[in-house]
Design a protein around this ligand. Structure first.
Ligand code: 13P
Length: 250
């Protein structure tokens, strides 16, 4: 059975006290949740304080990014050692906002994913096409390339620890969700692409999340698809009740 995950990417939202409050609510409301693992990904400044809240609970901690170097003169960056020291179990990598606004490339992501895996932190590796690419009918090719350019550089042992998140850029924060069919066909394509390199058995074990305007009202239909193992949630993760309602959608 593949691990089901609902992960909340808080992006650049909440102050530290607000984030601690939100984490407390997620822990309290999520305690009864049996069918999926909850993950919260607050900003860097919150990680230490949020870890004090989630430690020993079923809620896991994730960072939203990490540096592509291990330490040294890289002003403003946060290294994987630092993430490990505050108890991060996961790290989101390659979010489209990082690719789009901060020039993150497949090459940088190859470095980052290795660093994260070396510390036994599980990457939540994001892929997805933008609107122009979808309208040009290139969406399958784009996600396949994103998978091949980064995940194909890993060993099978490393690949087993990766969570993939398909987030069509046109659905992020727009209120426009991919239909369950649109999401499923990409998830199936991603799983096949992983199978082509690592074998069908390994590919069957990989958790593939959907992200992009996922909310309590549409999560059930999306999560019912056979290759969709949960969600990477933005806006709706900032309200504990909505986030948990999404977790209850399996
Ligand atoms: P929204 O749920 O706000 O569309 O964001 C999705 C996302 O980018 C999660 O990483």
């Amino acid at each position: 059975m593949r691990q089901k995950i609902v992960a909340g990417n808080w992006k650049m939202n909440t102050t530290v006290p607000q984030g601690v409050e939100l984490a407390k609510e997620v822990v309290a409301l999520g305690a009864a949740l049996k069918d999926c693992k909850l993950v919260v990904a607050p900003p860097f400044t919150h990680l230490y304080a949020v870890e004090q809240v989630v430690k020993g609970t079923a809620v896991a901690l994730s960072a939203q990014n990490c540096a592509d170097h291990t330490s040294g003169a890289y002003t403003g960056e946060v290294a994987v050692d630092m993430l490990e020291s505050v108890g991060c179990e996961y790290c989101i990598l390659g979010h489209s906002e990082r690719r789009q606004y901060y020039g993150e490339t497949d090459q940088t992501l190859c470095t980052k994913i290795k660093l994260v895996l070396d510390k036994n932190i599980k990457p939540i590796f994001c892929i997805g096409e933008n609107l122009e690419e979808r309208e040009a009918g290139k969406h399958f090719q784009i996600v396949e390339d994103q998978v091949k350019n980064v995940l194909y550089t890993l060993s099978a042992e490393e690949m087993k620890k990766v969570v993939v998140a398909y987030e069509p850029v046109w659905a992020i924060g727009t209120g426009k969700t991919a239909t369950a069919e649109q999401a499923q066909e990409i998830h199936a394509c991603v799983r096949k692409c992983i199978a082509d390199k690592f074998g069908a058995e390994l590919a069957e074990e990989i958790t593939i999340l959907y992200g992009g305007s996922c909310k309590p009202s549409n999560a059930k239909e999306i999560f019912a698809q056979k290759d969709i193992d949960g969600g990477l949630i933005g806006g709706a993760a900032l309200k504990a009740a909505d986030f948990i309602a999404i977790g209850e959608s399996f």
